[in-house]
Design a binder for this molecule. Structure first.
Ligand SMILES: Nc1nc2c(c(=O)[nH]1)N[C@H]1C(S)=C(S)[C@@H](COP(=O)(O)O)O[C@H]1N2
Ligand SMILES: [Mo]
Length: 214
């Protein structure tokens, strides 16, 4: 086992030890903005499987396919040609840190859906990344106004460590639902669990429900 396998194993065991059995603890820390069991940080920690793929902008593509009327593969130029969107939101990691007021810039998920036009049968979405990470969400969750594909954080290009060139941001779910180094988005009639979802983490991942383990 290398260091990375050990990290995955320990996170998996952590979820196993905590799911079921005990009742979910829901407590508030006197601040309506901080979800239960979270603490506030001012830095921005880096969390991933350790690969941090290097994708030159000239080689970067994002494919959006599956149960859609118009599948597309965007190059970097195509991505930047989309109407641009800015939003400020809070970031909640399941390992218990939260970071407030992140300013994101990119393409809203609503815009992406206007381009590909999901079929009425499309109910779920699978996200795939350049490091072979995957995560899944119901389509409904991605229709929220604050969901976007971002390439800028606080006015600066998103660094490789944090998922640049482009990553997903889904503020109302724990941060593992936001795929860094995003490569493909597949709309589907069926739900397919992602990397952490098959390793004991919640399929829904709702911070306000303290919904961490599945
Ligand atoms: N491609 C990819 N995306 C990923 C991950 C990953 O390992 N690979 N880790 C997830 C997890 S567990 C978290 S908490 C956030 C962390 O984002 P950050 O490193 O920018 O803080 O990215 C999520 N997206
Ligand atoms: Mo995470």
């Amino acid at each position: 086992m290398d260091q990375n396998d050990r990290f995955i194993k320990s996170k998996e065991n952590w979820a196993k030890a905590r799911r079921g059995g005990e009742e979910r603890e829901v407590f508030y820390e006197g601040d309506d903005r901080l979800p239960p069991g979270q603490h506030l940080v001012e830095t921005w920690p880096v969390l991933d499987l350790g690969q941090k793929p290097d994708i030159p902008l000239s080689e970067w593509t994002l494919t959006i396919e599956g149960a859609v009327t118009t599948p597309v593969t965007w190059t970097w130029t195509d991505f930047l040609a989309q109407p641009q969107f800015k939003d400020v939101s809070d970031f909640h990691c399941v390992t218990s840190w939260s970071r407030y007021d992140n300013e994101w810039e990119g393409v809203s998920f609503k815009q992406l859906m206007a381009v590909v036009q999901p079929l009425p049968s499309a109910k779920f979405i699978l996200f795939q990344s350049y490091d072979d990470y995957t995560t899944n969400l119901p389509l409904d969750a991605c229709q929220a106004d604050d969901v976007l594909l971002t390439y800028k954080w606080n006015g600066r290009p998103l660094t490789k460590e944090h998922g640049g060139p482009v990553r997903m941001i889904v503020p109302k779910r724990y941060a593992w639902k936001g795929a860094k180094w995003i490569k493909a988005i597949t709309f589907s009639e069926h739900d397919e669990k992602g990397f952490w979802e098959v390793r004991g983490y919640s399929n829904s991942a709702l911070p306000w429900q303290n919904d961490r383990y599945g």
